[in-house]
Design a protein around this ligand. Structure first.
Ligand SMILES: Nc1nc2c(ncn2[C@@H]2O[C@H](COP(=O)(O)OP(=O)(O)OP(=O)(O)O)[C@@H](O)[C@H]2O)c(=O)[nH]1
Ligand SMILES: [Mg+2]
Length: 251
């Protein structure tokens, strides 16, 4: 009688069995277009990938509402974490609320291919902890000024992808996109930079390809989550300091 023993690493487990969903963080200063970029990804990939979204806002669930009303995913697949404090805290120092939200959504919609986690808009140095996300996108926009890319910082320098967003606005704000991208590439020592506008279909396709590429690398085990590094010391406006706060860091 032929023997059909299952080896301890069972071959009967589906060969397709992938690791858990890719957790992809989207960070960047206030208003640079993080929610809009998530909407673009959902629109471009929502048919072929099983997606979930988690938003982080300080006091509201406004980003989640925006994304639900954009109709890019079933509303139940978009969840809000209210961070209650400076947004970077919840993506860097104590990621518990976000980890629980990610695990919940992955369980409720199992299997998911990717969970997109939007950070609350924060300062230039806020990045995700690798304990929360496998990969992260840092979003700048041209309206923030062409020299921002040169200023560097952990997100700009070392996020898996730097997006220079709203390139359609460049002529109106006097920014040279090619120069801004070149500066960013130099600051990033060759890591990926993408000039994006929701008005530019080619750029949206490039974003789509990048997400698929990271997902494939995540599944194959080739992708290694990077820690862009901690944020810079900073102060909060409501804290005691002669100039309106005291300088501190969250490490
Ligand atoms: N012109 C232009 N405007 C854009 C683009 N993407 C987003 N916006 C606009 O930029 C503004 C901010 O976009 P959001 O996606 O809400 O930005 P955000 O980074 O999620 O904002 P916070 O979560 O509040 O930090 C909105 O008015 C968007 O309509 C773009 O490609 N071109
Ligand atoms: Mg947003």
């Amino acid at each position: 009688m032929p023997e059909h023993h299952h080896s301890p690493v069972s071959t009967s487990a589906p060969a397709l069995s992938s690791p858990r969903a890719l957790r992809l963080g989207i960070a960047g200063p206030v208003g640079t277009g993080k929610s809009s970029l998530i909407a673009l990804i959902c629109r471009a990939l929502g048919e072929e990938l099983r997606l979930g979204v988690i938003t982080n806002d300080i006091y509201t669930d406004e980003d989640a509402r925006f994304l639900r009303s954009a109709g890019v995913l079933e509303p139940e697949r978009i969840r809000a974490v209210e961070t209650g404090a400076c947004p970077h805290t919840a993506i860097r120092d104590d990621v518990t609320a976000n980890l629980l939200a990610a695990e919940d959504i992955e369980r409720d919609f199992s299997p998911l291919d990717a969970v997109l986690i939007e950070s609350g808009g924060d300062n230039l140095t806020a990045t995700f902890s690798p304990a929360l996300v496998d990969a992260q996108i840092f979003v700048l926009d041209v309206a923030g000024g062409g020299d921002v890319a040169r200023k560097g910082g952990p997100g700009i320098g070392r996020a898996d992808l730097l997006v220079v967003n709203k390139t359609d606005l460049a002529p109106h704000v006097g920014v040279d996109v090619a120069q801004m991208v070149a500066d960013a590439e130099q600051a990033r020592e060759g890591r990926a930079v993408l000039a994006l506008s929701r008005e530019d279909a080619d750029s949206v396709q490039a974003l789509r390809r990048w997400v698929l590429q990271v997902l494939a690398a995540h599944r194959s085990g080739e992708h290694v989550p990077q820690d862009p590094g901690p944020m810079a010391p900073h102060f909060h406006a409501d804290e005691e300091h002669p100039e309106g706060g005291y300088v501190h860091s969250h490490d």
